[in-house]
Write a protein that binds this ligand. Structure first.
Ligand code: URA
Length: 439
């Protein structure tokens, strides 16, 4: 089957047959489709869309493109959470050990940054020695002993998605419901889970920038996953501002460590998203009777230090420093240049162009312009202001962390342009971070 004929069919708005989809996925893995052909088909799907049947067939073909995991004899439910991607979204870093401390087992296969969004895998790469690609034996041992292991996508797990994901990242073909559904679920189905909670981000820092698209994506994922036998629920959560106070790989790791260790206040929206997703995971795994009990258990796991202890065990089990939580500054590399981003006027932070903030981090070197780029884990923004914060002219909206002064100056201007300051207080409450639930 000729690649160009399959591309032509989708370009002209036809429904692809199962054989055509399988031929595409084979071509992704065996190299018989060139990058140009893959990008062209991704763009045709982006423009023309796919029906539910095509999406299911693409998901299943990508899932079967590699190995499938299984977790026999785990003493508790095997659960995971996945985010559709946001800016400052470090929830997975805290959620995996939190759920582990409550009796779940979380083998979390995480992705690299995509487009303007950060990737959990890149955040763990900021820890010296941490092995994001362990052998199946090491992964299984760490999940059993620590209750969680956050790792990267290995070459043998849904490898078709690995290649497609990297090409979509650099060809503006990410924001499509069917491609995102197939990408996420091919990996999650291959991971042998018993339950999945999706965090579908919605807003100007998400791939779904409207509630309508977020609902379409959430529904697509929930229906395709449940149809494939993986019990799945979804929350739609707000991404019209950075989540938490830090953006950038090492900075977000540091914020997650402070959150788990109880050093300093936990940012309210970040805490709410973490507890809301964690509750869904405990309910899905039968680890709590109702939401109130789930939240109580999660809070207790945080307050007692049990979640921090699971995190430390996971890091050490995967080759990272055993005392990372005691001495994060010793291990997480710091950028050489650190500058405040002064507010250009006094008033209230009334809107953020969140995608632009993610792109500013990419430009600082914290994300990729090309699939083969390496990442500077040190760069980003810390101490980010939030919507509704009152600021005085000259006061810091955030701090930029950069590899040199020129990059820092550019990022200062980008953040100033991305944060709108107005006279009037905000007409809405910024606490409404969970927008909808689907199961
Ligand atoms: N996360 C994924 O794994 N894939 C996508 O396409 C988007 C977010």
């Amino acid at each position: 089957m000729l690649a160009q004929e399959i591309i032509r069919a989708k370009r002209d708005g036809q429904v692809l047959s199962e054989a055509q989809i399988q031929s595409f996925v084979r071509g992704l893995v065996d190299g018989s489709w060139s990058e140009a052909q893959i990008a062209a088909l991704a763009m045709a799907v982006f423009q023309r869309g796919m029906g539910r049947d095509e999406c299911v067939q693409l998901t299943q073909a990508m899932m079967r493109s590699g190995r499938s995991m299984s977790w026999p004899d785990m003493p508790g439910p095997v659960l995971d959470k996945h985010s559709s991607g946001g800016v400052g979204d470090k929830v997975s870093l805290m959620l995996a050990p939190l759920v582990a401390a409550c009796g779940g087992y979380v083998p979390m296969i995480s992705g690299r940054g995509l487009g303007h969004t950060g990737g959990t895998r890149d955040k763990f790469d900021a820890i010296p020695g941490y092995n994001c690609t362990p052998s199946p034996e090491q992964l299984s041992r760490v999940v059993r002993e620590a209750g969680c292991a956050v790792i990267g996508q290995t070459g043998d797990l849904a490898p078709a998605d690995g290649r497609l994901y990297a090409i979509r990242d650099v060809t503006a073909t990410v924001e499509n419901v069917q491609l995102i559904t197939a990408s996420i679920l091919s990996k999650k189905l291959a991971a042998g889970l018993q339950g999945l909670v999706m965090d579908v981000k919605c807003g100007n820092g998400a791939f779904a920038d409207s509630l309508q698209m977020a609902e379409d994506l959430a529904r697509s994922i929930v229906e395709v996953a449940n149809g494939a036998g993986l019990p799945t629920r979804a929350l739609i959560t707000d991404m019209n501002q950075v989540l938490g106070r830090e953006v950038g790989n090492a900075l977000e790791m540091d914020e997650a460590i402070r959150y788990l260790s109880g050093h300093g206040p936990r940012e309210a929206r970040l805490h709410e998203v973490t507890l809301a997703l964690g509750s869904e995971m405990l309910l899905l795994g039968g680890l709590a009777e109702d939401e109130a009990e789930a939240r109580r258990r999660l809070q207790q796991a945080l307050d007692s230090g049990a979640a921090a202890e699971r995190f430390a065990r996971m890091v050490a089990g995967l080759g990272g420093p055993a005392d990372l939580l005691e001495r994060p500054a010793h291990y997480l590399a710091a950028a050489p240049v650190r500058r405040p981003v002064p507010a250009l006027r006094s008033g209230v932070v009334s809107a953020m162009r969140t995608r632009d903030i993610g792109l500013a981090v990419v430009e600082l070197g914290g994300g990729r312009r090309q699939a083969s780029d390496s990442i500077d884990a040190r760069v980003g923004f810390s101490g980010m202001c939030g919507l509704g914060d009152a600021v005085q002219a000259g006061e810091a909206l955030a701090w930029v962390h950069a590899s040199d002064a020129t990059a820092a100056e550019r990022a200062v201007a980008q953040l100033q342009a991305a944060c709108c300051i107005s006279d009037a207080p905000l007409p809405f409450t910024t606490g409404d971070v969970v927008l909808a639930r689907l199961s």
